[in-house]
Write a protein that binds this ligand. Structure first.
Ligand code: XMP
Length: 326
């Protein structure tokens, strides 16, 4: 019989057995999966674990602050925050292919973690116990969609599955790799992770980097960050967070269209709203949001965000579309 309690006990036991008295770091993204993986591994091995949150410059507004407060307050986990925005954005310069972007982001993540792992050991003055394990919140759908499951085609190389380098210095610990999202949420609740984190909508590890169709630049990121914040504010204000699975906000950076704003012609970018309803992200339908909410989001984005003169709604299910645009 599947119960969250039994599942937690089993997973904790597995992790203890695997990790022994070694040290581990957890790649914390602030999302549900990595938070629950971190809390689970902390339950198993306590302060042998350090969580590492990388600010890769591809975060949404307010995200780093939220992780520092919410997650640390709730779990008391040992957290290191690393500002690596320049490193990631330099590595992404000139790249617009989505799979390339994911590979680069995955590679830079690992570089940052390798450095963080060395620093943790040095800081603690415990050279006897180097970091051997890297904890990731990989879920079953990530495994399947990256071609690691039952012979499924490689749809997207999710950075935490397909994008790892061959010479990885860590052994991966992925305690959630056989679970679906709803099961992970139940496990998180059982572990005492607060609702604010457990019910959080999914957000991809490569962040806004795969929501800019085209090259990622600082300027484009700031446009997208502003538009995304408006959409999130309005969806929350309308009480719709529980009804949508997630709502990617996408910047079509290489597309321009003519508009008229203020005293003249504009030639700006479209923003796409992609609200979806789903059970497990394997399939999804586009969410029928109320027109007045869409109107408010559109009105605010075109008024408040420079260089955006059009807001469009994605009305495609998955399949044939994916949830993200890249
Ligand atoms: P797609 O776009 O494949 O998304 O329908 C399915 C779910 O996975 C998330 N997603 C990712 N998560 N790294 C991640 O950690 C990735 O590269 C990635 N790509 C998509 C997406 O947000 C959705 O929840």
């Amino acid at each position: 019989d599947w119960t969250p309690k039994a599942m937690v006990e089993e997973l904790v036991e597995d992790v203890r057995e695997r990790v022994g008295d070694a040290r581990a770091i957890c790649a914390l993204s602030g999302g549900v999966d990595s938070s629950v993986a971190g809390a689970l591994v902390q339950r198993a091995i306590g302060d042998q674990l350090t969580c590492v949150f990388v600010d890769h410059g591809l975060l949404r507004a307010g995200e780093a602050e939220q992780v520092k407060q919410d997650f640390v307050d709730a779990t008391g986990v040992d957290l290191v925050v690393i500002d690596a925005a320049d490193q990631f954005l330099d590595a992404l310069a000139g790249v617009s292919d989505p799979e390339q972007k994911r590979k680069i982001i995955g590679r830079e993540f690992i570089r940052v973690f390798e450095q963080a792992a060395r620093d943790v050991v040095t800081d603690r003055g415990d050279e006897q116990h180097p970091v051997k394990f890297l904890v990731q919140g990989t879920l079953y759908p990530d495994v399947v969609e990256s071609g690691g499951g039952t012979g499924a085609a490689n749809i997207k190389s999710h950075h935490n599955v397909g994008g790892l380098p061959d010479d990885l210095q860590f052994t991966l610990v992925e305690p959630l790799r056989l679970l679906f999202k709803d099961e992970v949420r139940q496990v998180g609740t059982e572990l005492g992770v607060p609702d604010g984190i457990v019910q959080r909508q999914p957000f991809p590890g490569p962040g806004l980097g795969i929501r800019i169709v085209g090259e990622v630049t600082r300027e484009r990121l700031s446009i997208l960050r502003a538009a995304d914040l408006i959409a999130r504010e309005e969806l929350t204000a309308a009480g719709l967070d529980g009804e949508i699975w997630q709502c990617p906000v996408v910047l079509l950076a290489d597309v321009r269209s003519v508009g008229v704003q203020g005293d003249g012609r504009t030639y700006g970018h479209p923003i796409v709203l992609r609200p979806v309803s789903s059970e497990d992200a394997m399939t999804a339908d586009w969410t029928r949001l109320p027109y007045d909410v869409l109107a408010r989001i559109s009105g605010r984005i075109t008024n408040e965000v420079p260089d955006v003169n059009r807001v469009v709604l994605d009305v495609t299910s998955k399949p044939p579309g994916t949830i993200e645009w890249e």
